[in-house]
Design a protein around this ligand. Structure first.
Ligand code: FMN
Length: 199
């Protein structure tokens, strides 16, 4: 299932509709997520594949209404640009990766990969529900660590804004233009190297 968004990826080859319909909006309405949606988002992340099934991901979850203080704290660690729009999300999250294997203390080389994979699944689950998620690298990781008491051995990875999508006109002009700009990607021929590395 997927809900048409008007922002479908103009893919060169057929892709699953849910992939085409996921995008990163900046205009959110501020509405709470529909009943059950947050459970489904976290469940979608839960079923991601991970190296040795070690599931290194964690998510600090702050609903705009129910965890208002944590929500404001999360807004406060975002970059000024992200703050302008992300404060209208229904939910803000911070993904955090456990860096060492809890069984033997060895570094988990794929911790960031697996945390990203879980987050990507959450974003697709959001799109499947007619919501969208917008990931953010633009946040102060040290400030987030302090604000939320994230211990050593765990690294903040990405902030995530999730919610019901609002109209582009609700944004300041510069951001509204980005909201409707054509979606672009490098062509497959630039990153797929059949038969071996090609410099
Ligand atoms: C790890 C990651 C970090 C990102 N950081 C930001 C950010 O700080 N601010 C922002 O506005 N968008 C951010 N984005 C969104 C990207 O700009 C967006 O995914 C990209 O332009 C492709 O657009 P699409 O997701 O709509 O296909 C980030 C995306 C990812 C995956």
């Amino acid at each position: 299932m997927s809900t048409p968004t008007g922002r479908e990826a103009p893919a060169d080859h057929p892709i699953a509709p849910i992939l085409a319909n996921r995008w990163s909006p900046r205009s959110f309405t501020g509405a709470p997520l529909p009943p059950g949606a947050l459970d489904s988002l976290l469940e979608g992340a839960r079923w991601a594949a991970s190296s040795n099934n070690l599931q290194p991901w964690h998510f600090i979850v702050a609903r705009r209404d129910a965890e208002a203080e944590a929500f404001e704290t999360l807004v406060g660690v975002l970059s000024p640009n992200n703050q302008t729009w992300a404060r209208k999300a229904g939910v803000l999250m911070l993904s955090v990766a456990r860096l060492a294997n809890p069984n033997n203390g060895n570094p988990m080389r794929h911790a960031l990969h697996d945390t990203g994979a879980a987050t990507a699944q959450m974003a697709l689950q959001a799109a499947a529900l007619g919501l969208q998620a917008h990931l953010m690298a633009g946040f102060d990781a040290a400030a987030a660590r302090t604000a939320f008491g994230i211990p050593e051995g765990f690294d903040p990875v990405a902030a995530i804004a999730i919610g019901e999508v609002g109209p582009p006109e609700a944004l300041p002009e510069a951001l509204a233009a980005r909201e409707t700009a054509p979606r672009q990607r490098r062509p497959v021929s630039e990153f797929a190297m059949f038969g071996g590395w090609r410099g």
